[in-house]
Design a protein around this ligand. Structure first.
Ligand code: URA
Length: 209
C-alpha cells in the first residue's frame, strides 16, 4: 500500500519473533523493543536533509555533511510509546520529545486524551509519532489530530506491529503521514487485539500483567 513501509531487515524480523513469544520476560521484551526501535529509527530517518560544514580532521580541512534544519521531534503515545521512544533517543539523543496521553475507552474503543505536552516550533520540525501497536488506528489518528492542531505539519508514524484495519484507518484519516512498521499481521480480534500479535505491548513492557 502506498505510504506504508514494512521494515523487514533480518535483525528486525528475528527480534520481532522473540518479542512475540509469550514466554519472553519483561526485561527481555523491554530490551528488544528498544533495539528494534533503534533499527526502525535508522530506517525512518534515512532521507533527512543534510548540509555540508567545514571541519578540520587531524590531516586536512574538508567539507563534511551534518543534519540540517531544526531538531526532530519524537512524539510518544503513552504509555507503550515509551518503549519505542527510548530506542529512538539512543540514536538521536538531541531530538525533542512530545508526549500524548491517550487511553482506550473499553466500551467504544475510542481514544480519550488525558495529557499533551509538545516542544515549541512543531511547524518547522519533522515529527515522528511512535506507538508499538497500530490496532484500530484510533489512538494514532487522535494523536496525529492533536499534533496537527498544535502545529505539526510534517509527520511520520512508526510502530512495531500493525493490523490491516489500523493501516487503512490511519491512511484514510491522515494520507499525508507515511507509516513504517516491522510487520503487518492478519487481523484484529473482537477485543481489538492484533492477531497473532504479541499481546498487550504496555503490559509486557512494564510487567503490569
Ligand atoms: N494494543 C496492544 O498493546 N496490543 C494489541 O494487540 C492491540 C492494541
Amino acid at each position: 500500500m502506498q505510504g506504508v513501509t514494512v521494515a523487514d531487515h533480518p535483525l528486525i524480523r528475528h527480534k520481532l519473533t522473540l518479542l512475540r513469544r509469550k514466554e519472553t520476560s519483561t526485561a527481555s521484551f523491554r530490551r528488544l523493543v528498544r533495539e528494534v526501535a533503534t533499527l526502525l529509527c535508522y530506517e525512518v530517518t534515512r532521507d533527512l536533509p543534510m548540509e555540508d560544514v567545514e571541519i578540520e580532521t587531524p590531516v586536512a580541512v574538508m567539507q563534511s555533511p551534518v543534519l540540517s534544519g531544526k531538531k526532530l521531534v519524537f512524539a510518544s503515545i503513552l504509555r507503550a510509546g515509551t518503549g519505542l521512544l527510548d530506542g529512538m533517543l539512543d540514536l538521536v539523543p538531541s531530538a525533542r520529545v512530545a508526549h500524548v496521553g491517550l487511553y482506550r475507552d473499553p466500551d467504544t474503543l475510542q481514544a480519550v486524551e488525558y495529557y499533551f505536552k509538545a516542544p515549541e516550533g512543531l511547524a518547522e520540525r519533522l515529527t515522528i509519532v511512535v506507538d508499538p501497536m497500530l490496532a484500530t488506528g484510533h489512538s494514532a489518528i487522535a494523536a496525529i489530530d492533536r499534533l496537527k492542531e498544535a502545529g505539526a505539519a510534517e509527520l511520520r508514524f512508526v510502530c512495531l506491529l500493525a493490523a490491516p484495519e489500523g493501516v487503512s484507518a490511519l491512511r484514510d484519516h491522515h494520507p499525508d503521514v507515511p507509516i513504517l512498521t516491522a510487520a503487518i499481521d492478519e487481523r484484529l480480534d473482537e477485543h481489538a487485539y492484533i492477531v497473532p500479535g504479541l499481546g498487550d505491548a504496555g503490559d509486557r513492557l512494564f510487567g503490569t500483567k
